[in-house]
Every structure is written in structure tokens, then in C-alpha cells.
Design a protein around this ligand. Structure first.
Ligand SMILES: C[S@@+](CC[C@H](N)C(=O)[O-])C[C@H]1O[C@@H](n2cnc3c(N)ncnc32)[C@H](O)[C@@H]1O
Length: 235
């Protein structure tokens, strides 16, 4: 698969309001304190852990890892360009391991390794939080071919959820909902920049056709709820 670069590049996922609401949600799961040690796997531009660092001023800056080093990764965290499994083998310990919208990049076997290594990398009472798009009745605005690719990827996610359930055993499920209100013009730019992995392998022609479909299908302002399933595991 080609590499994903524009996921959080000036999209709602990097907006102040999204990060604020997401971190408020995290607070309902974790009692952060100055000594909390945090690892964000597949951190992108590290917007989430950067905002956490600003708020809590942790003694140890959160670590964000990703296989892509974007130019504008946040600087108040420790960023490492490294593959997740390779990093986890270093066996450092964390109180929170965040894996947000990243599991779909893993094969079943690699996901099992990711889970096992993550469990081993937790401090006592540490938590793993996995966030992933909800698989049923997902509201992300799509053109036909994009919807087909997305549904295929969500089906694969369901298989991955089963693996997670089996591997982590004692887990709880909740949802994080964010109400998106975006101009059609901005959303078209996101599609052009292939913001989501189901667009990565499409031809330029498909993207162009898809954009005209979106232009005729939606009003000037696009509103929908972006829902993530949150899987929570505690050691
Ligand atoms: C959809 S983005 C999510 C970014 C961020 N977590 C967020 O929610 O805004 C997924 C990220 O996972 C990264 N990624 C994919 N496979 C990875 C791997 N094996 N190890 C580390 N990062 C990976 C991608 O490069 C991408 O930045």
C-alpha cells in the first residue's frame, strides 16, 4: 500500500476542536499525571500527544512513532520514524499506549505481534487504547468506488476486532463521536489529497470522477458524525 500522508493535514482530524474533544474523551479513560508515560503508535503529525503534553506537562515527553516522517510533526514530543513492531521490541514501558486509526495497516499476524508486544510494554495498571472507524453504518461521505473500498476495509477491520478480542480478552468498548461540519470545497481537497487509506491505490481518473460525484451529491456544507470505536485494555 502507498503511504498515507494527508490524513491529518489540515483536516477536521487536526482541528483544535477535534483534538480538544478527543483528549477530553481520553481523560475519561486515563488518570493522567505528571509521571504518565505515553506512546502513540502511528502518530501522524502527533497532534494528540502534543496537545496532551501542553496540558499536562509530563516529566517524560510522550513518544510518537510512525513509518512516515511528515515535515510538520509537532516538536514538543519525542518523534521516531520507525516501524511499530521494531520499536516495541525495545521493551520500554508505558502507562498509555495509544493506537488510533492505525490497526488497518496491519496483517492479522502482525496485529497479533503488535498486541503481544504492546501488552509487554505496559507498566502495572497501564492501558492500551485502540481507536478505529466504526464498521456498521459508517457516515464518512464517499463516492461509489470509495464506499466500496471503505466497506472492504471495514470488513477486514471486523476480522481484526475479533483478533483483538481474543488476544486482549478483558476489554471494554465505547464510541467517540465527533460532529463534522466541513465545506464541500475543503472535503474535495481532502479527497484530492487522498486523506484516507481507501483512496490511496485509486487511479487519478477514479479520483477525478469521484470528486465530480461528491460535487453533485452534497450541498456546500457537509455534515456528518465521525464515529470511532474505542477498545480499552487494562493490565
Ligand atoms: C490514519 S493515520 C492515523 C494518524 C493518527 N494516529 C491520527 O489518528 O490522527 C495512520 C498512521 O499509521 C502509520 N503507520 C502505518 N503502519 C505503521 C507501522 N507499521 N508502524 C508505525 N506507523 C504506522 C501511517 O504512516 C499513518 O501515519
Amino acid at each position: 500500500m502507498k503511504r498515507l500522508k494527508n490524513w491529518d493535514n489540515k483536516t477536521w482530524l487536526s482541528s483544535k476542536s477535534y483534538i480538544f474533544q478527543f483528549n477530553k474523551f481520553l481523560k475519561t479513560k486515563i488518570n493522567f499525571n505528571k509521571n504518565s508515560k505515553i506512546l502513540d503508535i502511528g502518530c501522524g503529525r502527533a497532534n494528540i500527544i502534543s496537545a496532551l503534553q501542553k496540558k499536562y506537562k509530563f516529566r517524560n515527553k510522550p513518544t510518537g512513532i510512525d513509518i512516515v516522517a511528515n515535515k510538520d510533526v509537532k516538536r514538543n514530543i519525542v518523534f521516531k520514524k520507525i516501524e511499530a513492531l521494531k520499536y516495541l521490541k525495545k521493551q520500554k514501558k508505558y502507562d498509555l499506549i495509544l493506537i488510533k486509526q492505525t490497526i488497518h495497516f496491519f496483517t492479522k499476524t502482525k496485529l497479533k505481534h503488535l498486541l503481544n508486544l504492546s501488552k509487554e510494554s505496559l507498566n502495572p495498571k497501564g492501558k492500551i487504547l485502540i481507536f478505529s472507524l466504526k464498521t456498521k453504518n459508517n457516515k464518512i461521505p464517499c463516492f461509489k468506488k470509495m464506499r466500496k473500498n471503505l466497506e472492504k476495509s471495514l470488513k477486514k477491520d471486523e476480522v481484526l476486532f475479533k483478533i483483538i478480542k481474543k488476544n486482549l480478552k478483558e476489554i471494554s468498548f465505547t464510541n467517540f463521536n465527533f460532529k463534522v461540519n466541513i465545506s464541500k470545497q475543503k472535503y474535495v481537497r481532502m479527497i484530492r489529497e487522498r486523506y484516507i487509506s481507501c483512496l490511496l491505490n485509486m487511479s487519478d481518473k477514479d479520483i477525478k470522477l469521484g470528486i465530480s460525484e461528491i460535487k453533485s451529491k452534497y450541498k456546500n456544507q457537509i455534515k456528518f458524525t465521525d464515529t470511532l470505536k474505542c477498545i480499552s485494555y487494562r493490565k
